[in-house]
Design a protein around this ligand. Structure first.
Ligand code: GLU
Length: 312
């Protein structure tokens, strides 16, 4: 591992030969069925290869956080026997490393200051795509509120282990993206990329809601000289309206007193329904069965799966 004080990434060495995955929840609410599925899929993908599975708490956005959520998530993971390796990395302790990465981006001319508000971007007619207004300097009187990464106008592609080839053109898909927000907070893309590299993550398993985040994150890895991890985007658990289960649509916290039934359901969701004799089993037995039988080939290759009983 790189040293804690400098936040230096782990370079591509023999250490990378070993699988190292992670689960990286944001403490914006308790663990619900959708986030359990992501935790479970990333856990099984790591454990079936005798890999490591780390836990990172993405607490860099205080306005979106809920008091007690971080501890509730850890408690729920333990109740489901989803035990992680090492200590939990809290992103709130990593500001120095994010600042160092911002400096590196600025010094290498990958980033620029921007004075645009969301409103002015929307008014430019391109929807949420940044039109490049401040790319070559702030307009007269413009206040440097935001830091953005300048993206190339070129086609790119990567292969996702489940979703196949994902094509993108950063300029037309997202435009120059934010790495430091107007409120001074570090943007998700920056923190995720810096920490995945620093923690030596070889494989990222997460929901398809973050599929669109992958091309900008891969570009950032390139700008910062980090290796690209392998990506696997799991189908997202959605309700009857096709919405991701989240705090916003009141997805309920998972039952931590009787984890067996919910774990059974989460395994079935991921294409691994446990055999009848494991009905009523607890998490230890279910997870050891699942680790032995896990096969990515059996996971649905769709963007989402409805978990609302009324979907049938
Ligand atoms: N913290 C992000 C979320 O909860 C996930 C980050 C990631 O897996 O890359 O949506």
């Amino acid at each position: 591992m790189g040293s804690m004080s400098t936040g230096q990434p782990v370079t591509t060495t023999a250490k990378h030969a070993r699988y190292r995955g992670r689960f990286a929840p944001s403490p914006s609410g308790p663990l619900h069925f959708g986030s359990l599925v992501t935790a479970l899929g990333s856990y099984l993908q790591a454990r079936c290869q005798q890999g490591e599975w780390l836990l990172r708490m993405e607490d860099i956005d205080p306005p979106r956080e809920q008091a007690g959520a971080a501890d509730a998530i850890l408690h729920a993971l333990e109740a489901y026997h989803l035990y992680w390796d090492g200590t939990v990395l809290y992103q709130s302790t990593r500001h120095e490393a994010y600042e160092a990465a911002l400096t590196q981006l600025t010094e290498n001319h990958y980033s620029f200051f921007c004075s645009c508000s969301r409103k002015s971007i929307a008014a430019s007619g391109g929807g949420h795509i940044y039109p490049g207004t401040c790319r070559d300097g702030l307009p007269p009187g413009g206040i440097p509120r935001i830091v953005r990464v300048r993206v190339p106008n070129r086609h790119d592609a990567f292969t996702d282990a489940l979703q196949g080839q994902v094509k993108s053109n950063l300029q037309t898909d997202s435009g120059d993206f934010v790495v430091r927000r107007a409120d001074g907070l570090y943007a998700y893309h920056l923190a995720v990329v810096v920490d995945d590299a620093w923690q030596g993550i070889t494989d990222i398993v997460r929901g398809t809601d973050l599929l669109g985040a992958t091309p900008p994150q891969r570009y950032l890895q390139q700008c910062l000289g980090y290796p690209h991890p392998q990506y696997t985007h799991l189908p997202l658990a959605v309700n009857q309206q096709g919405q991701k289960l989240s705090k916003q649509n009141l997805a309920t916290a998972i039952d931590t007193l009787h984890p067996g039934a919910t774990l059974n359901k989460a395994l079935a969701f991921l294409g691994h329904p446990p055999p009848a004799e494991l009905q009523g089993a607890g998490p230890a037995l279910l997870l050891s069965w699942a680790t032995a039988h896990w096969n990515l080939q059996n996971v649905p290759r769709t963007a989402s799966v409805c978990v609302d009983d009324r979907c049938d």
